[in-house]
Design a binder for this molecule. Structure first.
Ligand SMILES: [Zn+2]
Length: 166
């Protein structure tokens, strides 16, 4: 197939060309052609002068590349293959497992890793958690999500008595 997606890094390829990432918004964008369940966007990409949206069925987890023109008029959709390293569960798409970062665990990262996932997800969205882990590990992160997460640090401390400073 001509589209490949790496959900861990949110990279969409068309015939081995990487389509630049534009955003990571999750929006409902249609129905799955296989099972008719909701399809939700994962990431938005620039595709020449058009737009490509990587999206996923919330039920059967089929990935789609949906192509729109410059004015967001629907052009077509394609089923896409996951990158071979990809993990199928929806959670794992948005949350990078803590273990992946262990080799270069900074102090911030150790603090984060010590917090049970359940506590984190009580306060933060998966995208925010992912950004905190990435920032603590010195990796690429989505600034907007980290800012959003930071606004919740006081709440988190109040609830769980853990002070985050990422
Ligand atoms: Zn489906």
């Amino acid at each position: 197939m001509s589209y490949i997606y790496d959900p861990k890094k949110n990279i969409l390829f068309h015939k081995k060309t990487e389509l630049p990432l534009k955003g990571l918004e999750q929006n409902f964008i249609g129905a799955c052609s296989k099972c008719n369940a909701d399809v939700v966007s994962i990431s938005y990409h620039i595709y020449d002068d058009q737009n490509a949206v990587a999206a996923k069925c919330t039920n059967c987890e089929q990935l789609y590349a949906i192509i729109y023109d410059a004015f967001w008029i629907w052009i077509g959709e394609h089923l896409i293959d996951c990158d071979p390293h990809c993990t199928p569960a929806l959670e794992e798409v948005s949350i990078t497992p803590a273990s992946e970062y262990q080799e270069e665990a900074s102090e911030d990262l150790q603090v984060l890793q010590a917090i049970p996932q359940k506590k984190l997800s009580t306060v933060f969205t998966p995208a925010e958690i992912d950004s905190m882990f990435a920032k603590a590990a010195g990796k690429k992160y989505v600034r907007q999500y980290l800012y959003r997460a930071r606004k919740k640090f006081d709440d988190f401390q109040e609830l769980f008595d853990v002070y985050l400073n990422i």
